[in-house]
Design a protein around this ligand. Structure first.
Ligand code: SF4
Ligand code: SF4
Length: 504
């Protein structure tokens, strides 16, 4: 029996549409006021540089890192030697239901904090040091620069597309052994990149998880920045960038004096430790400020953001019965059999292409109604930030189903840490467990509706602020960009209203 999560009820969909139309009308017919940006810029809270330094060098953080490494090793062991039943193996339940779903929720509150305790990074650093000690000198002696044509995030986007293919197409989420192999592959890539390239090239250019977190962190309410800009301008040693005896250089090559975006900051805290002036601190800020105004666009980043939007939608779509129906129909047509991987691949490419095409058409229309005042590429790149809040809010709303309604893996970790039990829950008890989740269904629906409206609202703010910066005085002529946000939100609401196939 296929187990299903119920979709959003029509009452919640109606509420969402009313809010969305009110916001769209406000965006199109209310004159843009730069004053709104001034409010957005205000910083509200600092931790205090010494406190931040204490935290980043403290033993609780080291213990947390060790705990993550221990969990990672346990997941590998369980995946390789535990039961192949996915609902009874922590490799699958913890990786896909708890970690992958909870990770996105953590960005909402704490930005890229996951990277601070990431076991791939911790273990890769240890492994690289151990394996090269006494052979090639210190690891950093190699110090190769990443080739120029790879110094962008195209590799991360391609890996993300590949990861999604493995997850949704090849069904790695229900295969503990394959999940363990994937986790080991990521560790191997991270280790090789530390061995051959300077700094942490894997984190900066290749890691799809790190880049996804990085982009979503543009919407987070926290940032790590200098306290006094003048101190940074006067600084001649740039210890945050080069490192010193107290800490390694910034792993992703950021200099604090120029830092405007969270995108590539892995929250490692090296700069906090190395800054001789104690001029770096965490602070609270208005949600989404970076996506709305601060972040500077680049073409590879624009494509990554669009890819993120398409792939989050694909996650929802592939868990709908309708997707199964169409894929099976298409597979029969082309004579595909077995796991239907060819049909899935065509479906995945189609989703990516349809979204990219739709965005490009609406960018071209925006240009047309604004008398072609700006080049297509500048408008394409500059407005791609609309995708971020739309992707993030849907990703969160979708993941709430996994996180709150499915077996999280925590109970398994406590009761059966080595995943040796081979008896699966029967589907009726799984369904019952799902229905009596952590919170009531109505609260879950309310949260999902609020997230979708929130995503649309931020997307509209992006349109207004970036639209005005790129095409001053454009006002209602930005309607094609609003239409893009409206279309995407409509599809997302439809996806959430459908019953969703439960993982396990
Ligand atoms: S970027 Fe990837 S490998 Fe690096 S710390 Fe973050 S999650 Fe880990
Ligand atoms: S050293 Fe770099 S990556 Fe680490 S916290 Fe500072 S700016 Fe972020």
């Amino acid at each position: 029996m296929t187990m299903m999560h119920p979709g959003l009820s029509s009452g919640w969909i109606l509420i969402a549409w009313v809010c969305i139309f009110v916001l769209a009308a406000w965006a199109l017919f209310t004159p843009y006021q730069p004053r709104a940006a001034a409010v957005i810029q205000k910083n509200r809270f600092r931790t205090g540089s010494r406190l931040a330094e204490l935290f980043i060098s403290s033993w609780p953080l080291r213990v947390l890192k060790l705990l993550m490494v221990a969990l990672y090793v346990l997941i590998i062991y369980s995946g390789l030697y535990g039961t192949p039943i996915p609902s009874h193996n922590i490799a699958t339940t913890m990786t896909w239901n708890l970690w992958w779903s909870g990770l996105i929720v953590s960005v909402f509150f704490l930005g890229s904090v996951w990277c601070t305790v990431c076991p791939w990074n911790t273990l890769a650093t240890w492994l690289a040091k151990i394996s090269f000690r006494g052979k090639l000198g210190s690891v950093s002696d190699l110090k190769l620069r990443v080739p120029k044509h790879v110094r962008n995030i195209w590799p991360a986007l391609l890996l993300f597309i590949g990861l999604t293919w493995l997850e949704l197409g090849a069904g790695i989420t229900s295969n503990p052994y394959a999940t363990a192999l994937l986790a080991m592959t990521m560790l191997m890539l991270a280790t090789l990149s530390i061995v051959f390239f300077e700094r942490k090239a894997f984190c900066r250019y290749f890691c799809p998880v790190g880049r996804t977190i990085g982009f979503y962190a543009q919407l987070a309410p926290v940032e790590l920045r200098h306290i006094d800009a003048e101190v940074c301008q006067r600084c001649t040693s740039l210890d945050c960038y080069y490192g010193n005896e107290k800490a390694e250089p910034c792993p992703t090559g950021l200099a604090m004096r120029n830092l405007r975006e969270n995108t590539y900051c892995t929250s490692c805290g090296n700069c906090i430790r190395s800054c001789p002036h104690h001029n770096i601190d965490w602070r609270l800020r208005s949600v989404s400020r970076e996506a709305i105004q601060d972040a500077r666009p680049r073409p590879d980043e624009a494509w990554f953001m669009l890819g993120l939007l398409a792939l989050t939608g694909l996650h929802g779509l592939t868990m709908m019965p309708v997707w199964e129906y169409w894929i099976r129909k298409f597979a029969r047509l082309i004579g595909d059999s077995g796991q239907l991987l060819l049909s899935f691949t065509v479906g995945q490419l189609l989703v990516l292409m349809v979204l990219a095409l739709c965005y490009q058409l609406l960018v071209a229309l925006t240009r047309l109604v604004n008398r072609q005042r700006l080049s297509f590429s500048s408008l394409f790149t500059g407005m791609a930030f609309i995708s971020l809040p739309l992707a993030f809010s849907y990703h969160l709303a979708h993941n709430l189903n996994h996180l709150l309604r499915e077996r999280s893996g925590l109970s398994l970790l406590l009761n059966n840490p080595l995943s040796t039990a081979d008896k699966s829950l029967d589907s009726t008890s799984s369904q019952a467990g799902m229905m009596t989740g952590l919170i009531s269904q109505d609260v879950l629906f309310a949260m999902q509706t609020a997230l979708i409206v929130f995503g649309f609202w931020i997307a509209i703010l992006v349109v207004r602020h970036r639209g005005e910066a790129l095409l001053p005085g454009s006002g209602w002529r930005l309607f094609p960009m609003c239409l893009f946000a409206l279309l995407v939100t409509g599809v997302q609401l439809w996806l959430l209203s459908q019953p969703m196939i439960m993982r396990f």
